[in-house]
Design a protein around this ligand. Structure first.
Ligand code: NAP
Length: 292
């Protein structure tokens, strides 16, 4: 079991000098936008590194991680490796331990592999964007899905004042297992309608919407009049659900702001400085939050 310790200070000078490579681990991973915007951020900061994606099958992960530690690599982790990397890390931040998943790793000069979870910051930034800067107290959240990103949503919800989350998943046991880890904010419900009832924020943490012909996670007519929507899925031109919800007069954003925000938080972890988020957004053909 990895130790859970405070991470090194972002200002610690040996963190950036220790990075030999920047690698995103996933399977599949070719579709990822992370290399585009992370390389834009590296160029903007004048950092002479290239961020690359590595498609690593699960059976090959242990060997690849050993090689990355030897090379003093840092980077990100995406499906399906977040839990496995969390288990392999020598040290995890308290947030990574809370979520049970690592999406950001780096090595220190003593050879330790560290893991953090910046998906939580990405969710939080997206929800604040949705509500115009801060999360209003007393959110009633409907969370659809009970996997790794749903855990990041619950960890973020723990910091929202007086938030309560109803978790619906097509596999009830998974919703039960997840909510038992977050009992102060979450409970599982049997039906999608139970989750949506009077919800002020509806979050899609399922893969529904990745394919253009997927059914919508929830029909807009089933949402409360004042409900806002965060779709963790992103697609070129935004998801069909985001378009449908906006057309019904409600606020909605897709997963791209979360992706950029988690990537920006990872960059801070690695280099101790904030990246140029405008350069990151430009690299994916979008606009930073709050710009018109
Ligand atoms: P995960 O751990 O595999 O969990 C997926 C969840 O969705 C599970 O509860 C699963 O239920 C449910 N599900 C799968 N297919 C479904 C379907 N056809 N209908 C209804 N429910 C379904 O995945 P994850 O890591 O949480 O990621 C979920 C999605 O979030 C990803 O596909 C990705 O699009 C998005 N995501 C976005 C970001 C971002 O930065 N924007 C970051 C992470 C994830 P079962 O247990 O029944 O299979």
């Amino acid at each position: 079991m990895p130790a859970t310790l405070a991470p090194p200070s972002a200002a610690q000078p040996d963190v950036p000098s220790a990075i030999g490579q920047l690698v995103l681990l996933g399977h599949p991973v070719a579709h990822s936008l992370s290399p585009r915007f992370q390389n834009a951020a590296l160029r903007a900061a004048g950092i002479p590194l290239t961020y690359r994606a590595a498609d690593v099958a699960p059976h090959a992960l242990p060997g690849v991680l050993d090689a990355l530690v030897a090379a003093r690599a840092a980077g990100n982790v995406t499906l399906p490796h977040k839990e496995a990397v969390a288990a392999r890390c020598d040290l995890r931040t308290p947030l990574a331990a809370r979520v049970g998943a690592v999406n950001t790793y780096w090595c220190t000069l003593d050879g330790a592999l560290w893991g953090d979870n910046t998906d939580v910051a990405g969710v939080d930034a997206s929800v604040r964007q949705l509500f115009g800067g801060r999360v209003p107290a007393g959110q009633r959240v409907a969370l659809l899905g009970a996997g790794g990103s749903a855990a990041a949503v619950l960890a973020a919800a723990e910091s929202w004042p007086d938030a309560r989350v109803r978790v619906w998943s097509r596999t009830r046991e998974r919703a039960d297992a997840l909510t038992q880890r977050f009992p102060a904010v979450a409970h599982a419900v049997d039906a999608l309608a139970d989750a949506l009832d009077r919800a002020t924020l509806v979050v899609n943490a399922t893969p529904l919407g990745i394919r253009p012909d997927d059914v919508l996670p929830a029909p807009p007519a089933a949402l409360g009049t004042d409900a806002a929507v965060l779709d963790l899925v992103y697609r070129p031109g935004e998801t069909r659900w985001v378009h449908a919800v906006r057309a019904s007069g409600r606020r909605a954003i897709d997963g791209l702001p979360m992706l950029i925000a988690q990537g920006a938080a990872s960059f801070v972890r690695w280099f101790g400085v904030a990246p140029d988020t405008e350069a990151m957004w430009a690299a994916v053909g979008g606009r930073p939050a709050g710009s018109s």
